[in-house]
Design a protein around this ligand. Structure first.
Ligand code: GTP
Length: 206
């Protein structure tokens, strides 16, 4: 097992939970952290949590920012810059929130100038009789956005909810490791380049 237990160390991944007001962002985060469903929230608050666990045999620290649905653009952009990955939530009984989730992903890609890592989550599957977005539509949007996809219910057990966060964490870890290798390679290439120039100079002057 690797890593340390301290919560004061930098997190291994930083995840922001986004979506229209009322889709169940706080309920998902609370279910993930406490395995409980809490009915009362202050929707105007933004909350940050540190979740420590052992994942794939490693001590893992995930920081999660649960955003309020009605944030201003400055707040949204600040959160987006801070995050390594995003959980984009819609409610399966709210068509508008589904469309908003798609738009959010495009906005984030533009803002971060990359294909951001994300999980698309259709929440409130317990409200089947009110369904306005099919599972197939959710899956198709996830493919289009290059996101993972889950349907969940924060109120009914929510067995899949930990996997939403853990899968995203694993994606983030993989990308960070590729980026670090790329950086190492490019600094090694720079050293090689300088060294070759020096050798050339010596060769020319003798
Ligand atoms: N039936 C059902 N209700 C849910 C579920 N998740 C959340 N809710 C309810 O939906 C309402 C909104 O939930 P929140 O978790 O506050 O939603 P939010 O996205 O954080 O909302 P904002 O903070 O306003 O952006 C609350 O009344 C919750 O009890 C779910 O899976 N099923």
């Amino acid at each position: 097992m690797s890593g340390t237990l301290s919560k004061s160390r930098p997190p291994d991944s930083k995840i922001v939970v986004l979506g229209n007001p009322g889709v169940g962002k706080s309920a998902l985060v609370v279910r993930f952290l406490t395995n409980r469903f809490i009915w009362e929230y202050d929707p105007t608050l933004e909350r940050s949590y540190k979740h420590h666990t052992i994942l794939d045999d490693e001590h893992t620290l995930i920081e999660i920012l649960d955003t309020a649905g009605q944030e201003d653009t400055m707040q949204q952009e600040g959160n987006a810059r801070w995050a390594d990955g995003f959980v984009l939530v819609y409610a399966i009984n709210d068509r508008q929130s589904f469309e908003a989730a798609g738009n959010l992903k495009h906005h984030l890609d533009m803002l971060k100038k990359t294909n951001v890592l994300c999980m698309l989550v259709g929440n409130k599957v317990d409200l089947l009789h009110e369904r306005r977005v099919t599972t197939e539509e959710g899956e198709a949007l996830a493919v289009e956005l290059s996101c993972g996809f889950f349907e969940t219910s924060a109120s009914d057990g929510g067995e899949d909810i930990p996997e939403v966060f853990y899968e995203l964490h694993r994606d983030i870890k993989r990308r960070k490791s590729i980026e670090t290798k790329g950086r190492r390679r490019s600094s090694a290439q720079q050293v090689k380049h300088v060294f070759n120039r020096m050798l050339n100079k010596i060769g020319n002057s003798s």
